[in-house]
Write a protein of this length. Structure first.
Length: 258
């Protein structure tokens, strides 16, 4: 039908150098500029925003040494970017999980929250005969859980993910293989789904630990020194702290309270 031909997703990928997507370079190293780029793209196209994928290039020493994020940290990230919103009942929920937008069932159920993938910035004329130089191959960690909203400021979240990436070095979360191979992860996933549908408050201890981890990464980004001004890092951490506390405050309100 006419409607079927018009439906679908428009995907835009700054930094991608070919359609397949395995050939790419970082769009920018500046969180402010990336946030501006996101907003300019959303405002330029007359298409309803849906989701945002944020990719961070891994350092060589990080590859193969990644760790699965603690459940408490995953909840913090979903509060920051997973589309928390009020349902018709007046209760808060995490819409990206609530609508099954980051759930897949191809090889068993999995949560497409974050994935590591290989990228190249060099493509030889003959891929079989010409081997690309080793430095042309990189790995990126892509976070796929973020709700894209027209008025949202993604700068604190970008800095937050960068700090977490540097300090904790997160692995995939959660592949079908991971869930099949670990009862603990399977239990945590079930708990996460229940929490996303009916969230409970994030403890102050968790918020403190989460912020300290992000701060540690940002303070050691450039050879054990910060790559950003200290007041900029403090601003981002404060913005994240406020967002998490406001989420807790909103949970305390009775349904349909303004």
């Amino acid at each position: 039908t006419d409607r079927a031909r018009r439906s679908g997703f428009l995907e835009l990928a700054p930094g991608r150098l070919n359609i397949a997507g395995e050939l790419s370079r970082p769009a920018t190293a500046d969180p402010w500029l990336l946030n501006q780029l996101i907003h300019e793209i959303v405002n330029f196209y007359d298409v309803r925003p849906h989701s945002l994928h944020l990719s961070f290039q891994l350092r060589k020493k990080q590859v193969g040494r990644q760790k699965i994020l603690p459940l408490a940290f995953v909840k913090c990230l979903l509060v920051l970017g997973g589309g928390p919103e009020l349902k018709g009942t007046g209760r808060l929920w995490v819409s990206r999980m609530g609508y099954d937008e980051i759930t897949q069932y191809g090889y068993g159920e999995e949560l497409v929250f974050a994935r590591t993938s290989k990228r190249r910035w060099y493509l030889a004329p003959d891929e079989i005969a010409d081997k690309p130089p080793a430095q042309a191959i990189t790995y990126v960690q892509q976070y796929k859980f973020v709700r894209l909203e027209k008025r949202a400021n993604y700068e604190p979240l970008i800095l937050c993910l960068k700090g977490l990436q540097l300090a904790y070095n997160p692995a995939d979360y959660l592949s079908a293989e991971q869930l099949k191979g670990s009862r603990k992860l399977h239990r945590q996933y079930q708990e996460l789904k229940k929490w996303a549908a009916e969230p409970a408050e994030i403890s102050l201890q968790t918020i403190s630990k989460f912020l300290n981890t992000v701060q540690k990464g940002l303070m050691n980004e450039g050879h054990r020194r910060p790559a950003h001004k200290l007041h900029y890092i403090d601003w981002a951490l404060s913005a994240v702290d406020v967002q998490l506390r406001m989420f807790n405050k909103q949970l305390k309100k009775p349904p349909n309270a303004s």
